[in-house]
Design a protein around this ligand. Structure first.
Ligand SMILES: CC(C)(COP(=O)(O)OP(=O)(O)OC[C@H]1O[C@@H](n2cnc3c(N)ncnc32)[C@H](O)[C@@H]1OP(=O)(O)O)[C@@H](O)C(=O)NCCC(=O)NCCS
Length: 186
């Protein structure tokens, strides 16, 4: 059931039945190259458990969405707001498009804009922030297109592939958000 539409994709709730897609994505080194996920293999039990929790949606401080292409209803990734802080009205943002053939087509930017619209217009948040590996140029470019600004860097933040890597902090305030021009329904 679509929840919010963009021009080319929509966000919907995550369902338990989606889990086999996620299982494939989190075990694909190309997808997880810049994510903390890639350090260990993910079991079916672990991934299924994540999907069950996301589908139950009981947490007050996080919300997860499936990213689906309008054409063919193809499920291509997940996106989340997490660490939602209702007092300071801010949340962390995460996204994974698990199908590499869908990268560099603007889908990530569109999904970000839809989540930001929900964060600012429905939840009344003031700020959305994120952390990204400094080497993840594709993600940084997409975040920048969606309106995130670079706020700082955590030097030598994570160790993998034999060396330390910097983490970039980015954020967007509600007043900086430019909503996507889009239809309100399919
Ligand atoms: C990061 C991610 C969400 C981006 O989504 P996407 O649909 O590929 O992004 P978009 O197509 O909207 O934008 C990507 C931009 O990066 C650019 N790009 C791609 N590779 C690049 C590189 N090596 N250096 C600089 N820019 C690059 C693209 O050209 C495009 O910019 P443009 O439209 O100005 O030409 C997606 O690729 C993904 O999920 N990757 C795997 C998981 C991940 O890294 N998640 C983010 C964790 S913080």
């Amino acid at each position: 059931m679509p929840y919010i539409y963009g021009p080319r994709l929509y966000l919907r709730a995550i369902e338990v039945e989606d889990w086999e897609h996620g299982y494939r994505w989190v075990n694909d080194p190309e997808v997880t190259r810049f994510l903390p996920l890639h350090l260990f293999p993910y079991s079916q039990l672990r991934e299924r458990g994540w999907y069950e929790r996301a589908a139950r949606g009981e947490s007050r401080d996080e919300v997860h969405f499936a990213i689906v292409l309008r054409e063919g209803d193809r499920y291509i990734g997940n996106t989340s707001l997490f660490a939602i802080d209702w007092r300071h009205r801010q949340a962390g943002f995460g996204i994974m498009i698990g199908e590499p053939d869908c990268w560099d087509k603007g889908y990530g930017t569109e999904a970000m804009q839809l989540v930001l619209e929900m964060a600012f217009r429905q939840l009344g948040l003031h700020k959305v922030w994120l952390q990204v590996d400094a080497d993840n140029e594709r993600a940084i470019q997409a975040y920048t297109k969606a309106g995130f600004r670079r706020e700082g860097v955590l030097r030598d933040d994570r160790y993998y592939n034999g060396r330390f890597h910097d983490t970039v902090i980015m954020g967007i305030l509600s007043a900086e958000f430019v909503p996507l021009e889009r239809e309100t329904e399919g």
